[in-house]
Structures are given as structure tokens and as C-alpha cells.
Design a protein around this ligand. Structure first.
Ligand SMILES: [Zn+2]
Length: 289
């Protein structure tokens, strides 16, 4: 017991604060969505199950991020076989990488070299990749203090005008309450030739997005926005929303690529979901300032 107290006291204050923040953030998510812990456990169960059976059977699923193969991918609440069991990449990440690896619209992964990049809510398996590419790569998140910047994408205080080459925000904007402020901030902080790489859950047949409304109570969020911690439900008018903020928009979707490549890397679900809030056709939006 005494040795445990000594061990605890030897942890630096910054790390203690980080651990406490992490604990309360996890607790908040758990309270907002009690089933999330079960989903997470199921995800890990699937991961190890797939990794074990992949030792014995032919592996037809390829991941273009970690370059590993497996018999299946992990299934989630919406679709079967969509998450890589090795690195946990999802369709949106593989689509982003695939398009940049194939120089779609002259975009390339090498283009990130030594650029000043702000990556919001960063995915762990992408962080190391970008860190190797650029010494000016920074991670950012509103809730988590273990990243380089604890900052709100809707209010990037201390980030100078026209100072960033690239902002990456994959599955961030659906959580943002002040979307107008967020897009204005992206506009303000990007250099004149800077780009933002954005992806969000986007409902296939929803023509008009349902944006955050202060009159909507927290308990009704899941019913209206599809998830308890979401603040917007985006539809097919998202491109127009971006254009209203004077961005030139390029959209990347799996429809642009060869069927066999889409199949090989699972750049779209093999079977579309007909659940109410399902996103079947993921898109990556490139916003040019
Ligand atoms: Zn992978």
C-alpha cells in the first residue's frame, strides 16, 4: 500500500491532471451513452477473434493505412466488416488515404511534408504517420489535455490569422454547436493556399442538414441528431454550406475509384445499411481557402 502511495506521488502533476481529465471525460461519455462501453468491449472482442482466425484462413481484406490483411474487418452498429482489426481505421480514413496516395485532384501525402498541420480529435494510428511527415504537425482537441493544443475548433484563440497550411477534422463538425463560428475560424486560420480536410457522418437521403438549435434538450439529441453527443445532422446540402463561407470545395467519394479497389480496401460498406441515421456513402471534403 505504502509503495503504491510513493508510486502515485512520483507521477508528474501534468500527467495526474491528464489522467483525471481522461477519467472524467470517459465518465461523461459513459453517462451520455451507457451502451458505448459495451460497444467498445465488443469491438475489442472482434479484433482479437479476427486476428486469431486470420492466422488460419485466406485474408481478403486489406488496409491501405497499416498495410495489413485479415479474414474480416470489425463490424459496427451500422455496417458489417468496415473497421481494420489491426489499426482500427474506418472507411473515412482509408478513403482519405487512398485518394491522397493516388494523387486525386493533385493532392498527395507528400504534400503534407513539413507543412503546418492542425489535426483535431486525431486518430492514434494517423498521428505517428503525420509526425514523421512534418515537424509542424500538431494534435488538438477540446476535451483532452494529452494533445498539443486543448482548443475549440470554433474559437481557436492564440492561433494567428493565415498561419496554418492544413486543418484535419474527421468526424468533428457533427459535434460542434457553433458551426458558423467553426467555419469562420477555419477560414481565418488557414493560409491563402491552405486546405481543410473534413469528413462527417452524412445521411444519404437527407436533403437539408439539421443544424444545432439551443431549444433542443440534451435528452432529445439522440433522437434528432442520431447520437447523444452530436449537435448537427448533415445532409446533402453540406457542400453548399461550405461554399457559403467562400471555400472552394472538392468532394472525394468511393464512386471515383475502380470497383475492385473499392472492394479491396473497403472504401464503402459491402452492404448498405437501411437504419435511420446510417451513412453509406462517405465523402471527404477538401476545402480550399
Ligand atoms: Zn489497418
Amino acid at each position: 500500500m505504502y509503495s503504491h502511495i510513493i508510486m502515485l506521488s512520483s507521477i508528474p502533476l501534468k500527467v495526474k491532471i491528464m489522467l483525471i481529465n481522461k477519467f472524467f471525460y470517459s465518465l461523461k461519455i459513459l453517462i451520455q451513452s451507457p451502451s458505448s462501453i459495451l460497444i467498445l468491449l465488443y469491438k475489442y472482442f472482434q479484433k482479437y477473434y479476427i486476428l486469431i482466425i486470420s492466422l488460419f484462413f485466406k485474408c481478403n481484406y486489406h488496409c491501405n493505412i497499416c498495410n495489413k490483411r485479415s479474414v474480416f474487418f470489425i463490424s459496427d452498429n451500422w455496417h458489417k466488416n468496415i473497421i481494420c482489426p489491426h489499426c482500427f481505421s474506418e472507411i473515412r480514413h482509408r478513403l482519405f488515404f487512398y485518394s491522397f496516395k493516388n494523387n486525386v485532384h493533385n493532392l498527395s501525402l507528400n504534400g503534407f511534408k513539413n507543412k503546418k498541420i492542425f489535426h483535431f480529435a486525431p486518430e492514434n494510428y494517423l498521428v505517428n504517420f503525420f509526425k514523421k511527415l512534418s515537424k509542424n504537425y500538431f494534435t488538438a482537441d477540446l476535451h483532452r489535455s494529452e494533445y498539443d493544443y486543448r482548443i475549440d475548433i470554433s474559437n481557436m484563440i492564440n492561433i494567428k490569422n493565415e498561419s496554418l497550411d492544413c486543418i484535419i477534422a474527421i468526424d468533428v463538425l457533427e459535434h460542434v454547436e457553433k458551426l458558423e463560428n467553426c467555419l469562420n475560424e477555419i477560414k481565418r486560420t488557414l493560409k491563402k493556399d491552405g486546405i481543410a480536410i473534413i469528413s462527417v457522418p452524412q445521411i444519404d437521403n437527407l436533403k437539408k442538414s439539421v443544424l444545432f438549435d439551443t431549444n433542443i434538450k440534451s435528452r432529445d439529441r439522440k433522437k434528432i441528431y442520431g447520437q447523444a453527443d452530436h449537435s448537427n445532422l448533415f445532409g446533402s446540402d453540406l457542400e453548399e454550406i461550405f461554399k457559403q463561407f467562400d471555400f472552394k470545395v472538392i468532394i472525394i467519394s468511393s464512386k471515383m475509384f475502380k470497383k475492385e479497389e473499392v472492394e479491396k480496401y473497403t472504401l464503402k460498406p459491402k452492404i448498405y445499411s437501411n437504419k435511420k441515421f446510417a451513412t453509406n456513402d462517405r465523402k471527404i471534403f477538401i476545402l480550399y481557402n
